[in-house]
Design a protein around this ligand. Sequence first.
Ligand SMILES: Cc1ncc(COP(=O)(O)O)c(C=O)c1O
Length: 382
Amino acid sequence: MEVIANEHLESEKVYLDHAAATPVDPQVVSVMCHWLTDGYGNPSSSHSLGRLSRNAIQRARHQVAELIGALDSEIIFTSSGTESDNMALCGVLAAAPKSRKRLITSAIEHSAILSNINRLESAGYKVTLLPVDNLGRVACKDLEQALDNDVSLVSIMYANNEVGTIQDIKRHVDIVKPYKALFHTDAVQAVGLLPIDVNELGVDLLSLSAHKIYGPKGMGALYIREGVLIKPLLVGGGQEFNLRAGTENVPAIVGLGEAAELARQRLKYVDRLKKLRDYLQQELNRIPGIIFYGDPDNKLPNHCCFSISGYKGANLVAALDLIGFYCSSGSACHGLKPSHVLQAMGVAQDHYNQAIRVTLGWSNTIEQIQRFSAVIQDLIAD
Ligand SMILES: Cc1ncc(COP(=O)(O)O)c(C=O)c1O
């Protein structure tokens, strides 16, 4: 599989890694610009420039709340999906009564959740990791079995970033409610691709991130249901209802708000992404030895994760990069480490390093998909 960059070089680069980061929408850039230049007032200042910044934050809070069916006062702005996840876990456990010192989460969570486990255990908390089946689903019976009255929080991701599997969060919440534990979901990958209503779901906390929905990097939000007890990670000024100190990043907050508004308007077009993804899978299916991962009936509509027997994902991704196609091997955050998600799904060991993740976005076209599948077939034929 030797690739000479110029051999296949196309003038157009094709971006197929939207689960890692989306391009910032031009409309988002345009509204952010004012708050990077003229709108520099500190939202805590009492003068009119400060008031304008405060109002901009309020508008963005409303836009994010609307996207997930929350109240404005239930949205806390953070620096990332990672911070939202950390705050949900550490903040809820720190505020929980002494009799409830246990967290339940799943083996396929993002590292923003899993990396908390060691320090939580060192601090005296107990953590139960739920397994998943070969499609990446958490079974209701496993959750039911793990629950008891010592659990303060259950955290199960809405949709997985590596294989795209969507969990049955509503059913999981219904199972947890009688135990009076709180429920957090990391919806970083799901927001903008699936309609989400926090009240229909019944979740108590939900994480989201701006750069997955055509907003800026380094910006996130945590939904915290009214009445939920949580301690802040950052203390200082009284920003974000005393829950997240630090002068607000007004341009990024406004950017997230605009991205949330666009995401809400575009949800009705998501079927277009699914059709494109289904077409991609149909084309790739011609390749002998190809395996698709994730739950075929309940997968993010833009997501396609696969491996080709005998080919290392990272090598194929590097070869595709030279030709102008950007996709990733496993998840962007794990680099070359074997995927803990595929391991938890019981995928054979020699496939851990073979996965390629293609995640589509609004600008992808059928012509790009045709070229991509032709190029990948050429590469493995060489
Ligand atoms: C499921 C999931 N959770 C959390 C994160 C972290 O979000 P951020 O990059 O905003 O820190 C990611 C990022 O890829 C993710 O995919």
